[in-house]
Design a protein around this ligand. Sequence first.
Ligand code: NAD
Ligand code: UGA
Length: 311
Amino acid sequence: MTVHDPRRTVLVTGAAGFIGRHLVEHLADRGQPVIGVDLRPRPAGAAGRHVVADLRTTDIRPLLDGVSAVVHLAALPGVRPSWDRFDDYVESNVIVTRRLLEAGVQTGLRRLVIASSSSVYGNQRDGAMNEDQPPAPISPYAVTKLAAEHLALAYAARPASVLTSVALRFFTVYGPRQRPDMLISRIISAVRDGREIRVFGDGSQRRDFVFVKDAVRAVAAAVDAPGPSRVCNVGTGEQISVTGIIDLISELMGRPANVRVEPHRAGDVVSTRADVTRTAEALGFRASVSLREGLRAHIDAVRSESMPVGA
Ligand code: NAD
Ligand code: UGA
């Protein structure tokens, strides 16, 4: 038995964002009724209903009418700018999550899938990051993501609660339409245009990069999964350094990369790599797209975006 009835509607917050757009597409492709909500307008070609609303202020209850699961992606997502805008991060990432949970309690919501982040682990000892390790966030952003994750679990644990929460700790997600502030988008457009890539630190920091179509499969699995509330990593179990990925993209694009070294940025963790065991067991999910394959898709998307109309 699944907690979520596949004939019923899934509400996706942050539906006009990078991961949200892919998720709405994926859910609609499997025949799922979807409602998207975002500050931003409906993306071109998006399926289902789309509501433009600010979750900081809008009455959320009417949005939950007939909805059996919510995927909460809406947030302020960047690590490095979070030192300067903490109030905004708290409001968008923590207060909004609480507003959503309160509305969920009032409407009898049964399943919340919330986007958490690998950044909540901070700098752990070497080795894969495992959900049982104590989180140790080192950026204000990560503090807000951990708070939101804990709130979702706390509401689900209230006596007589019908809600179960699955917090997905996404590792660094990439692919077509990735946010322009993120490393891989920046490398691809800089290599294409012959511009410099700014590397924060010596480039030895390592990331577990997960392709967006894999990430949204994990979200769909978490919507469907029976069982209790839990925290699950969404990564590949592999990692590559910033220097390594610059070289790989340059090789795949057949063009040189020009690097400018800048100081290490506060809040940036040294290394991320997911332990994928729990997610495989609990959700039946494993990433399947190789880094080369995913990068080719991302590069193709950036190239086609930049094609002049009629070309
Ligand atoms: P994104 O910025 O592309 O998407 C977030 C969307 O949320 C945006 O479209 C934005 O308009 C919307 N939003 C923000 N505040 C809102 C509000 N008050 N009301 C309505 N809509 C609002 O970010 P993304 O990269 O797609 O990330 C999605 C989620 O996944 C975020 O919660 C982020 O913290 C988390 N995450 C992302 C990554 C990654 O690598 N991209 C990794 C870990 C976690
Ligand atoms: C990303 C997302 O932005 C966060 O929302 C998410 O929570 C986090 O992944 C996660 O894994 O949980 P980040 O890993 O910082 O954060 O992703 P990128 O912006 O792609 O940066 C990757 C690495 O490249 C970082 O070490 C960063 O310092 C470096 N970088 C980034 C540069 O050297 N230059 C740049 O121009 C951009």
